[in-house]
Design a protein around this ligand. Structure first.
Ligand SMILES: [Zn+2]
Ligand SMILES: [Zn+2]
Length: 106
């Protein structure tokens, strides 16, 4: 219940709260780094520019709140957004999965 209250207080609709919850159930982990801690739902096209897409499930992607939302979703500026987020998240995830083992020098 606290979550709903917070969403309402922040001026977001109750509908958004439900859409967000449904999206996290479907896509629980960060699409860039694969972490399932602190998932955040990012709008691919920002809802303040495209209000009609705020609740569109196709406009959402899960990015973690730790780095990926800020770095990949917003290119380190909350006032901007990454037009290639789907592609970039996929590319980074693949890179991370196939990265070389850490080399030990001894
Ligand atoms: Zn992440
Ligand atoms: Zn975002």
């Amino acid at each position: 219940m606290f979550g709903i209250l917070t969403a309402v207080l922040k001026g977001r609709s109750y509908k958004w709260y439900k859409v967000r919850k449904k999206h996290i159930e479907k896509q629980p982990c960060c699409q860039a780094c694969g972490s399932c801690e602190k998932p955040e739902v990012h709008h691919i096209l920002p809802f303040h520019l495209y209000p009609e897409l705020e609740l569109d499930p196709d406009n959402l992607i899960t990015l973690c709140d730790k780095y990926c939302h800020f770095v990949f979703g917003h290119l380190m500026n909350w006032k901007s957004y990454n037009v290639d987020i789907i592609e970039d998240a996929k590319k980074y995830r693949e890179k991370k999965m196939t990265r070389p083992e850490v080399i030990k020098f001894n």
